[in-house]
Design a protein around this ligand. Structure first.
Ligand code: GAP
Length: 507
């Protein structure tokens, strides 16, 4: 299945089962903006809670806050977003389509990478078991030439981006003979910088309205509250402040469903440390965050680190945790050692001292910061896309099953009376009442039991409890496991413990 077909399938499934809808769909939608439906909102909430629990509840030295989306405009001057939160844009004069110039080049590089993969696959078939991929990619002249081309292009692109050399980026697009995917021509405009922040006006024009911005990250709300939290919470370094919330970016390349949105949610934590200890803490959080991902039970091969070689001017270490999405490994989370850049910048622009008096060393200093930042919607896509499976069953039928980690599934258990008579619905309702205070449960009595199982598979419910005539005799029920489809008979009294077990971290 190619990426496009794949996206069609999961977008259709997400819509059909109430996970995600296009925003304002009745007006033909709004590009790169999405709404979460009745099942989506549960999955999203569960991801947020799983993160919050790991970051705040399980760390005595991390507290949470919830700051406003609107902030004083000087915030964005201090953070650098007003001057440097830009994407380089280019238009094709024939198709009138606008592109991110760096993405056009990156797409060109991806095509060369595809050629390398094809050569590798051809060679694998030719050499069979004796094939040594590492040796092949370092010695095969054609592959070596492709790799050199990629290195040269990347060097030119990132060099030009770093130096803000817009003419250099345009020249690269011309030299690579990149054509517009729509018009097929090379009739390009100059490259221009485009700021990604959305702006609006606060107050009435008569009063002299100010331009303010919708925050492009939640992090700055944490930095400007550093002292409030440190003092009122009597926090001792090292300590962290976490928050989840909406962020807004006027993304130019907005594609791949909820991977890149214009309105999205972040889960961020800033960890304040003594200067000089930051790289140790960076390694600590790098491992801690990977462990969090692995605790959900997906295969370890789905994740990898991508350490940044080129660092932003304020960072002294940075890595991404990448996830193997259906369209390849892409950034899911960023972990950055941001030095004292943000606190110092806010101190400078606000004129307020944002320091810490360390009682252990009797000195005052501006803390250094390690940031962990993950997109909630992107995490949703990672879980949803991995979970989506079309299966052929032994009896020749097919099912679509969402193999979501149980702790994230919208409903933990479905309670199903085998038939709608013989007092089975009443008994099933009793079980529902017993469990619904602890778990999201769904009661269903319509249609055959097989159809009901399929519906629960499609929304990822890990356990189905079926109430039958034997239940009335001995207070036992059958519990069907979503993934293996096996059924076991258990006493009703054991259900709560069984479901709690299902929700435990997998590593
Ligand atoms: N405070 C640091 C920061 O915002 P970032 O790498 O720009 O860093 C962090 O964003 C995370 O937010 C990314 O790893 C990604 O998961 C998510 N993210 C960023 N832009 C996004 C977008 N347009 N749509 C969805 N998620 C996005």
């Amino acid at each position: 299945m190619n990426t496009e077909e794949y996206f069609k399938k999961i977008t259709a499934h997400a819509k059909e089962y109430g996970f995600i809808f296009q925003s304002s769909e009745i007006y033909d939608g709004l590009s790169a903006v999405y709404d979460y439906g009745q099942n989506g909102v549960e999955l999203k909430k569960n991801i947020r809670e799983y993160w919050w629990k790991a970051m705040v509840q399980l760390h005595e030295n991390v507290v949470g806050i919830d700051t406003a989306i609107f902030m004083h405009p000087t915030t964005w001057k201090a953070s650098g977003h007003l001057d440097a939160f830009n994407d380089p844009l280019i238009d094709n004069k024939d198709s009138k389509k606008r592109y991110r110039a760096d993405v056009l080049v990156e797409d060109h590089v991806a095509k060369i990478e595809e050629k390398i993969s094809k050569e590798v696959e051809k060679a694998r078939k030719r050499f069979g078991d004796a094939f040594n991929e590492e040796q092949f990619v370092t010695t095969n002249p054609r592959v070596v030439e492709y790799k050199q081309r990629i290195t040269d292009i990347s060097h030119r692109l990132y060099g030009a981006m770093e130096a803000n050399d817009l003419a250099g980026i345009k020249k690269l697009i011309e030299d690579l003979e990149i054509v517009c995917p729509i018009s097929g021509t090379r009739n390009w405009t100059e490259v221009r910088q485009f700021n990604l922040m959305f702006s609006t006006r606060m107050g009435s024009v008569a009063d002299g309205a100010d331009t303010i911005y919708l925050r492009p990250e939640t992090a700055q709300g944490i930095f400007v509250n550093y002292l409030n939290v440190q003092k009122t919470g009597r926090m001792k370094i090292p300590f962290g402040i976490a928050q989840t919330g909406k962020a807004f970016r006027n993304e130019i390349v907005a594609r791949q469903f909820i991977f890149r949105m214009r309105e999205f949610e972040q889960m961020e934590m800033q960890f304040f440390v003594r200067p000089g200890s930051e790289l140790e803490w960076f390694e600590h959080w790098k491992k801690e965050r990977m462990d969090w991902h692995l605790s959900l039970g997906l295969p370890a091969e789905k994740y990898r680190y991508h350490d940044h070689e080129k660092l932003a001017h304020y960072a002294n270490a940075a890595t991404d945790i990448e996830f193997d999405f259906p369209f390849g490994f892409k950034e899911l989370e960023g972990i950055h050692s941001r030095t004292d850049f943000d606190l110092s910048a806010h101190a400078k622009h606000s004129g307020k001292k944002l320091q810490y008096f360390d009682p252990d060393t009797n000195e005052s200093y501006t803390p250094y910061v390690i940031e962990t930042s993950i997109g909630l919607d992107r995490m949703f896509l990672a879980m949803f896309s991995h979970a989506y499976n079309e299966e052929k069953l032994d009896d020749g039928t097919e099912r679509v099953v969402l193999r979501l980690p149980a702790v994230l599934a919208p409903y933990k258990v479905a309670i199903l009376p085998l038939v709608k008579k013989d007092e089975l619905p009443e008994k099933a309702r009793e079980i529902m009442d017993m469990l619904k205070g602890d778990f999201m449960c769904q009661y269903e009595e319509k249609d055959s039991i097989g159809k009901r199982y399929r519906r629960q598979d499609a929304i990822g419910t890990p356990l189905c409890v079926t109430v039958d005539n034997q239940t009335l005799e001995d207070n036992t029920v059958t519990v069907r496991d979503r993934d293996s489809m096996t059924q076991v008979r258990v006493p009703i009294d054991n259900l709560r413990g069984m479901i709690f077990d299902e929700l435990k971290p997998k590593r």
